[in-house]
Design a protein around this ligand. Sequence first.
Ligand code: SF4
Length: 111
Amino acid sequence: MQSPLDHNRRRFLTRAAVAASVVPLSTLALQLPSRRATAADRPEAEDGHAHDYVRNAADSDHALFEAGSNCGNCAFWSGSVTDDHGGCFHPDFMTVLVAEEGWCSVYARGG
Ligand code: SF4
């Protein structure tokens, strides 16, 4: 025959095991929305974000700017995410979207 102490211990251990299995599942469920975050969720870079970035290359008066150069034909361009914005592989633009018609002073002509 079981003592009341054994019964309480068994019940405690069962509940602890259930709780231990539920906590990781709830943690995973809370993380799912952030895992679904896409590149389109990044904010659009504002003029002056870094390296004299401008959303419209035609607005640049930078000494390095050459007509016809823009993010869309830059080696750092990672492709369109929205109709007119996309990603940039340069470390200073990894958390934002840049305008396809934008430009910054680290522009490198794409191949
Ligand atoms: S590195 Fe290229 S793609 Fe990135 S912001 Fe500058 S010009 Fe645009």
